[in-house]
Structure formats: C-alpha cells, structure tokens
Ligand binder design. Structure first.
Ligand code: ADP
Ligand code: ASP
Ligand code: MG
Length: 406
C-alpha cells in the first residue's frame, strides 16, 4: 500500500464528463490499495477568464483581491470531483489551500510555498477517504489567500507529495509525457521515457510549460519521483528523476520556446559605475524577474542596455525604468513585446564544442535574426522575433536530430 499524489490540469477537468474520467483514474489508484491525494487545476480557460475580469474591474488592481479572485476556479473543480467520487461510493473531501495549510510568503500572484502541514490530510487518509486539494493557492501568515503563479498546481502537487512523503507524484495532462519539444508545434517531437531533474528544470525554466519550474525545483530538492502522464490514454509517460547511468546523455536533448517575453532597451545610458545597479534595484524591489541582460560596448561614454522580462511585467517595468532613466540622463526607453526565446538544452553540451555555432547557423539559414544570446552549462537561448517561433523550434529540432532515438 502506497501514497500517491495525482494532479490533473485544466483540460483534464474541463467539464463534468472529464471530471468523471478523472474520478475513474482516482478510483483505480484507490482500488489498487493506495492512499490518494488529488490536486486539481481550474477548468481550462477559467483562470484566464478570471484574470480578464480583474483587469476590467481595475487596471491597476490590488494583488490581494486579484489572488482572492483568480484562486476561485480551483474551488469549483475540487468540489465537483468530490461530489462525483462520493456519488460513486468513494468517500472524498475537498480542501482549499488554507484548510490544508499550504503556507506561503506574501508575494501575491507568484507566492512561494514556505511549508505544508500534513495533519489535516493524514487524518482524512486514515479514515480511508480521498483528499481532493485545490492547486495553485496557499495562505500567508496573515490568513490571506495567495496564488503560486501560472501553472502553479504542479508545484502544489509536488509540495504535497514532499510533505506527505508520497511514493510518487503523478502529473496528468493533455500530452502523454515530456517530449524533446512541444508536440503540439512539432510533429517530430519524441517522447522521453525518463529525464533528469536538472534537464527538466532547464526545459521548464526555458518555457516548456508541461511542468512549472518551481515544481521541478521542489521535486529535485525532496527527491520526489514525478511521473508525467496523459489523462486520456494509458500509453507513454515520462519519469522525472535523479540522473542515472542508463539515462541518455545527449548533447542536445530538448528544444523549448517561450513567448512570454518582452525586450526593454535603455538607450544612451551614461557609462558610469553604479548606473546598472540604479536601473535594476527598483525592479528587484518590485519582484520583477529579469532574464537576459546585454550591455553594448561603450561609445563616447554612453552605452545601450537591453534586458528581457515577462510580458505581464511590461507596464510596471516601463514606469520604473523611465523614472531612473530620466534621473541618470539616459536618452529613452524602448519596449518590444514581439519577441520570443528559443533554447536548446542538454547535459552533454558541457563536453561538446560547436553546439552554439550549429544553433546560430541553423537559425541564420532560415533568415532568423538573433537579437540576444545567453548560455549556461546545459542551455543556449536566443531571443528572436516572435513570428519565427515555430519555424525556429522545428529547424533546431531537425538540426540536432532529436526525432531519432539513440
Ligand atoms: P495542464 O493544464 O495539464 O497543466 P499545460 O498546458 O500547463 O497543461 O502543459 C501541457 C502543455 O505543455 C502541452 O499541451 C504542450 O503543448 C506543452 N509543452 C511544451 N513543451 C512541452 C514538452 N517538451 N513536452 C510536452 N509538452 C510540452
Ligand atoms: N489554474 C492555474 C492556471 O491556469 C493553475 C494551473 O493550471 O496550474 O495557471
Ligand atoms: Mg500546467
């Protein structure tokens, strides 16, 4: 007898028929002798709908109220699944984040989990019940509801699996596992049976939204085996786990893209000590994550400074940067949100030369201009015009022969 945490995403709970399909999978795990904790997302499209409503209600919304609102989609699905399970003779109880006590910091809209209490859920499991928990939400130390960032139900599931020392955390979604690239935009994408935490983390951070990056960080930290599977078929499945000897050590094992990017350029910044610190400190104070940064060579005592952020932060960043730009005497601030980031990832890259050159020449052959580049030991990313995203992913997937099984 084991303890299984199962998480179902938005498309898996999009209507009552699909929720009944989830109930069948939960019951199967229960009948196999497991204790089962289920974590759910809101119905597909619901969180987007709530976000639009918030924006209509107030352009510069209060983030506490915003989180209170956008966390409600999950309350609907957990109650519906519990109703279905109870009807089918499998006692179940639904729980919101604050009822479990999924404790977070107070960084509304992108809160981090600080701790998860296991007592409430353990009590239910001891009574033989199925616990159904709202993903994406937590509670801060002042009892305010917080949310964990888009895709945050993955993180809720892994955090619960870690707190309960579950045997496995199963992430059920609309594809049957983790592929070499997004199977919805590249038909040659190949399913991976296993992937290491480190590679999955880089892929998630670089935009492969099948798992939220923070969920992989937690899985790695607490060594939670994560199994990504389809809600709609029993085929496939990818195990995210510690790197082992029989794992593929491909030079490049995946291609990702991220359209949630915007490029900000501060033009003609005086090239003096302390200017970069003055520009980026207000962003840090407002919890705005800066991804890539490029500073051009100094010309006559001036330089251009370009960086990327998430699209959702454009307005606030522009406001903050324009203020500092004026103070330090920069010429102007330019915003380009028609950009995307494409990345290639692979642990084998560390020991191979020529990978970056191959990436750049592949993009050049298609006439795709590279605006920014960044590299880490196991990743190379390029910022390009967003209209070339699909093309770039497909030609890179081809160039690195990812459709072939090794
Ligand atoms: P859920 O609502 O179940 O959480 P998401 O939409 O968040 O589902 O994540 C699943 C999606 O991730 C897939 O439909 C697919 O388009 C996308 N995706 C991007 N990169 C990959 C990849 N490398 N492997 C699998 N899916 C990927
Ligand atoms: N419902 C939330 C979202 O759409 C959380 C999730 O799906 O994981 O981002
Ligand atoms: Mg998701």
């Amino acid at each position: 007898m084991g303890l299984v945490v199962q998480k179902y995403g938005g498309t898996s709970v999009a209507n009552i028929e699909k929720i009944e399909n989830v109930a069948r999978k939960v019951i199967k795990a229960k009948n196999e002798g497991n204790d089962v904790v289920v974590v759910l997302s809101a119905m597909a499209g619901e969180t987007d709908r709530l976000i639009k409503l918030a924006q209509q209600a107030a352009e510069d919304y209060d983030t506490r109220e915003y989180d209170n609102l956008i966390s409600t989609g999950e309350q609907v699905t957990i109650s519906l699944l519990s109703l279905v399970l109870n009807r089918l003779g499998y006692p179940a109880r639904s729980f919101l984040g604050f009822q479990v006590r999924i404790l977070t910091d107070q960084d509304y809209t992108q809160a981090r989990i600080l701790g998860v209490e296991d007592q409430v859920l353990r009590k239910e499991l001891e009574k033989g019940k199925i616990a159904v928990v709202a993903g994406f939400q937590g509670v801060d130390s002042d009892n305010n509801i917080t949310t964990l960032g888009r895709g945050g139900s993955d993180t809720s599931a892994v955090a619960l699996a870690a707190a309960l020392s579950a045997d496995v955390c199963e992430i059920y979604t609309d594809v049957d596992g983790v592929y070499t690239t997004d199977p919805n935009i590249c038909s040659n994408a190949r399913l991976l049976n296993k992937i290491s935490y480190d590679e999955m983390l880089e892929m998630a951070r670089a935009g492969a939204k099948v798992l939220q990056p923070r969920s992989v960080e937690l899985a790695k930290k607490f060594e939670v085996p994560v199994y990504v599977k389809s809600s709609f078929s029993d085929e496939g499945g990818t195990l995210v786990t510690k790197e082992d000897k029989d794992m593929e050590r491909e030079v490049v094992s995946g291609v990702t893209y991220d359209r949630d990017q915007a490029k900000i350029t501060v033009v003609r910044v005086p090239d003096k000590a302390g200017v970069a610190a003055r520009l980026f400190t207000p962003l840090a104070e407002h919890n705005i994550v800066v991804d890539m940064i490029i500073q051009n060579a100094s010309l006559e005592g001036y330089t251009d400074l370009t960086f990327t952020i998430s699209k959702k932060d454009v307005k606030e960043t522009k406001r903050l940067i324009e203020e500092v730009a004026k103070e330090v005497g920069a010429a102007k601030v330019e915003v380009d949100d028609q950009v995307a980031k494409v990345s290639i990832i692979g642990v084998g890259m560390i020991s191979h030369s020529g990978v970056a050159a191959k990436m750049f020449s592949t993009l050049a052959q298609e006439g795709i201009n590279i605006m920014m580049i960044s590299t880490s030991e196991i990743k190379i990313s390029c910022v390009i015009h967003s209209k070339y995203t699909e093309l770039a992913v497909m030609v890179l997937h081809d160039a690195f022969e990812l459709e072939k099984s090794s």
